[in-house]
Design a protein around this ligand. Sequence first.
Ligand code: KG4
Ligand code: ZN
Length: 327
Amino acid sequence: MYTLGIETSCDETSAAVVLDGKKLLSNEVASSLAAHQKFGGIVPEIAFRRQLETISEVSCSALSRARVSLRRIGLISVTSGPGLLGSLCVGVSFAKSLSLALGCPLIGVNHIHSHIYAAVLSNKDIRLPFVSLVVSGGHTSLFYVRDFDRIELLGHTQDDACGESFDKVAKILGLGYPGGPAIEKVALRGDGKRYRFRCSGTKSPLNFSFSGIKTAVLYKVAGRRLKPLEKYDIAASFQRSVIDALIEKSLTACRMKKASSLVIGGGVVANMELRRSFSRVFARQGLSCYFPRKDLSTDNAAMVAGLGSVLYKKGHVSGLDLVPTTA
Ligand code: KG4
Ligand code: ZN
């Protein structure tokens, strides 16, 4: 069965075609990022206006790239939350109209859960159950995935999300938006051992806290004009500490659940230093660690089509009363 996926939870407008939940035939992503950059973050009003303008075109190009006509689509899968309300409304309304016009079923999927599925599309050998870490701009969570409709939340961030902390630290260092790729780039030239930043402790060992480390960087900079090397060292030291905290919590979760593999998803997993570090530590512990293809790390509709297809096969379906949820 061909599934058309639609993703509009933040600034991207994406459409994808996936066959039988596994074979990715197309994945088109249009971003309005350039329009937000001068504001230093996403402006919801700009995002959803752009999504309204582009969603039809993006969907048509996903279908033509996949060489699948609209009539052959058997399921419409759409991100129904969490995300920005206006943006979600564009995707959900578009998906409902298509479902009604084509007479084919509709399924709304959870955006955070779909990030887990991105790695499944990229690795044939992932086996259930597993522990999953999702590190995105809006969420940081650990899950125990028994099946794709039996996902247990193990821990979450108590304050900032991981990607959000990259964005805020990049802003403090004057590196622009989005902060993750900017920090990764300059960190390559820095010494990650020069400064000792640490992520704050949490009561629950599986929760996260990133606002303290952001404040520590802010105090270190404290309005000074940094020399380039100093800036690179701060970026590298911040990135090192965040990765170390993510590894420590993920290992604890795997031990607690006696899981032998970890599946990572979300925009921050585009970070190559994070991938190298997780692979090294997990291999040493005899555990498997899976990542999505780099282009499926950030928001995309392929993961939405894939997850929707698996859930539909298990008997889940949404009605035309599907309502977006922001949290
Ligand atoms: O998953 P995503 O595309 O959107 C949300 O669902 O939030 O994640 C976006 C986040 C942003 O905070 C961005 O700075 C971060 O992912 N990010 C990165 C990298 N690329 C994107 N963080 C660290 N290193 C990267 N290379
Ligand atoms: Zn996301």
